[in-house]
Design a binder for this molecule. Structure first.
Ligand code: ATP
Ligand code: MG
Ligand code: MG
Length: 593
């Protein structure tokens, strides 16, 4: 496991149970509720919850809700649900906003300790003080820096009481402008954020705004006109909550200095911050704004569209939470940023599904085959194991005179390298005792597509030897009395982008959207074993989505391998009357189907 050795084991060894302030391990997962979590976040979730679990400690889910202009209620719910889906349970759900009073008190305290001042400079003036971007010019201190702390205190209270608009006043920490670390250049601790009016787009605090309707805080309403920044909030809330190991991504490495500075300057308990590498994905986009563009341009339907890599999309697509966790654990945790091709992730999902979900026969694009030498009312029940693993058990499916096979398994003209069904050649039907040979076929004169095939069942003559066919294909019986087949619409998802770097493509990511990212097979068929697989769902059994007795199982937990076709699950759009399938992954990398 990634906690037993390597980077995270070292992090623990630096600050084990028994060290000052460490009675037990306490971690937190601190998402900002301003969007849906994506595959990258699952690494942060696995690390924070997993680290605590591994050391017998606890992990908080903390909503870092300090910017009402960007946060919305729907994200709070979605985040909590997806963490539970991944199999983790926060010991407690907390909110940075729960501590607004404490944070405010400490801000006043910091001013009294001469550790902060109210500044009225503009954004560009502050940038100048910091060396005009990339340290091009010498840094200098702000003219408000040396004002008496009484004056700053009065001004800070005026900020609180609504005297200033956004960007007219800031509380800045009095750090070290001479430091080589930009995180010490008098960072902002508090800024004014006013409720957003729908037309108030000029305000600098709203330029990043996504789809929120108002800047009224979801939990504190209009109580506050000033809000603490990440740099002021994060370390102090970690401190209040007694976090022992504050694990974050490496872009916060330089922030460690300001984190320690603030805790030490205020004389409060200082947790240990350590940084691990982000998990990035190529061949897709994860940024909120880009996903929103994909939705508004109709390239995907919504945030949970199975072609996306948000966690709600992966869930809907049928990826089991256990596959995501094993992927993260396989990559391990280190300080290095890892960039993974979505293909590599899919390979991991495929390997996970191979031994954990049952098998069924699914025909995506059916052609009827009439086996002329079987009687009209022929019915043989054929035993089909659910898996190579006998523990999965087996089920029985009807074999009758008319069956359906996949269009891809038939060719009008024989060729040396094609061992499936063609005229005058025989092919095996999975688990059916004897092969069939095609005798003739019919075509639609307009479309040129084959509409039906006639065949012969090759029961060997008495005394002659049975010749094993070169290939076996899947099939589904036309047997109305047993309600076979089950009709379905199957959604087969292909990569959303035609190149591996949509994020940085010179033509822009919208120019490289794959026009064929979703293929629909409206006439797909599933054999009747689906009923038992639904009854026995979730598959696999062993992750966080255990079925409580008698309760409803989410459709995506009904997962199976369509033999020779792909892995599928039921989509949420399924109902009692109609079945909608999502392809989770193909059976092999680069398979066309
Ligand atoms: P994004 O910009 O992708 O939404 P974020 O950092 O703004 O990412 P947060 O809501 O702040 O998102 O993330 C919560 C936690 O998840 C943070 O601790 C953050 O460091 C971590 N995290 C975010 N993205 C990744 C990633 N790609 N890999 C690993 N951890 C991540
Ligand atoms: Mg974010
Ligand atoms: Mg963030």
């Amino acid at each position: 496991s990634m906690f037993k050795s390597g980077f995270l084991a070292e992090v623990y060894r630096e600050n084990p149970i028994g060290s000052p302030g460490v009675d037990r391990v306490v971690t937190r997962f601190p998402p900002e509720p301003n969007g849906f979590l994506h595959l990258g976040h699952s690494k942060a979730i696995a690390i924070n919850f997993g680290f605590a679990r591994h050391h017998g400690g606890v992990c908080y889910l903390r909503y870092d809700d300090t910017n009402p202009a960007k946060e919305e209620e729907k994200y709070f719910t979605a985040i909590a649900e997806i963490i539970q889906w991944l199999g983790f349970k926060p010991v407690k759900v907390t909110y940075s906003s729960d501590y607004f009073d404490n944070l405010y008190e400490l801000a006043e305290d910091l001013i009294r300790r001469d550790g902060a001042y109210v500044c009225h400079c503009s954004k560009s003036e502050i940038a100048q003080q910091r060396g005009g971007g990339k340290g091009a010019t010498p840094r200098f201190t702000c003219r408000h820096r040396d004002r008496p702390s009484d004056e700053s205190l009065a001004e800070f209270r005026a900020m609180r009481d609504g005297k200033y608009g956004p960007q007219e006043a800031l509380l800045r920490m009095k750090q070290d402008m001479k430091s080589s670390n930009p995180q010490m250049w008098d960072l902002t601790a508090y800024r004014v954020i006013q409720p957003r009016k729908p037309d108030n787009k000029e305000s600098p605090d709203f330029e990043e705004d996504t789809d929120s309707k108002a800047g009224i805080h979801y939990r504190t309403g209009d109580k506050w006109k000033i809000y603490p920044t990440y740099d002021f909030t994060h370390c102090l809330v970690d401190s209040f909550e007694g976090i022992t190991h504050s694990l974050c991504t490496t872009e916060f490495e330089l922030s460690r200095t300001s984190y320690n500075w603030l805790c030490d300057t205020l004389g409060v308990y200082r947790p240990m911050q350590r940084e691990y590498g982000r998990l990035n994905l190529s061949s897709t986009v994860l940024s909120k704004r880009k996903i929103m563009d994909l939705i508004s341009n109709g390239h995907v339907r919504d945030w949970d569209d199975p072609r996306l890599y948000t966690l709600i999309a992966l869930r809907r697509r049928g990826v089991p939470p256990g596959a995501i966790l094993s992927f993260v654990s396989l990559l391990g945790a280190s300080k290095a940023t890892t960039t993974i091709e979505v293909k590599q992730f899919e390979q991991c999902v495929r390997q996970y599904l191979e031994f954990t979900v049952p098998r069924l026969m699914v025909v995506l694009d059916p052609i009827p085959v009439i086996i002329d030498n079987l009687p009209e009312d022929y019915l043989e029940m054929v035993e089909l194991p659910f898996s190579k693993d006998p523990q999965f058990g087996s089920h029985r499916v009807p074999f009758t005179r008319t069956i359906y096979i996949d269009r891809a398994d038939f060719r009008e003209t024989p060729s040396k390298d094609f061992f499936r069904l063609t005229p005058d050649k025989s092919v095996g039907l999975l688990k059916v005792p004897f092969p069939i040979t095609a005798t003739s076929f019919e075509k639609d004169p307009n479309s040129g597509l084959v509409t039906s095939i006639n065949a012969r069942y090759d029961i060997p003559e008495e005394g002659s030897k049975f010749k094993k066919p070169k290939a076996y294909i899947h099939w589904i019986s036309d047997c109305p009395s047993l309600n076979s087949p089950i009709k379905a619409s199957a959604r087969v998802h292909n990569p959303l982008f035609t190149c591996s770097n949509p994020d940085s493509h010179p033509a822009g990511f919208l120019a490289v959207v794959n026009p064929n990212s979703e293929e629909i097979f409206p006439n797909a068929m599933i054999e009747i074993g689906l009923h038992e697989i639904k009854r026995r769902a979730p598959w696999p059994k062993s992750d966080g989505e255990e079925k409580p007795e008698g309760s409803h199982v989410s459709p995506e937990c009904v997962r199976f391998q369509g033999m020779r076709v792909a892995y599928f699950c039921l989509d949420r759009d399924s109902s009692d009357e109609s079945v909608v399938l999502n392809r989770i992954v193909s059976l092999k990398e680069d398979a066309k189907k």
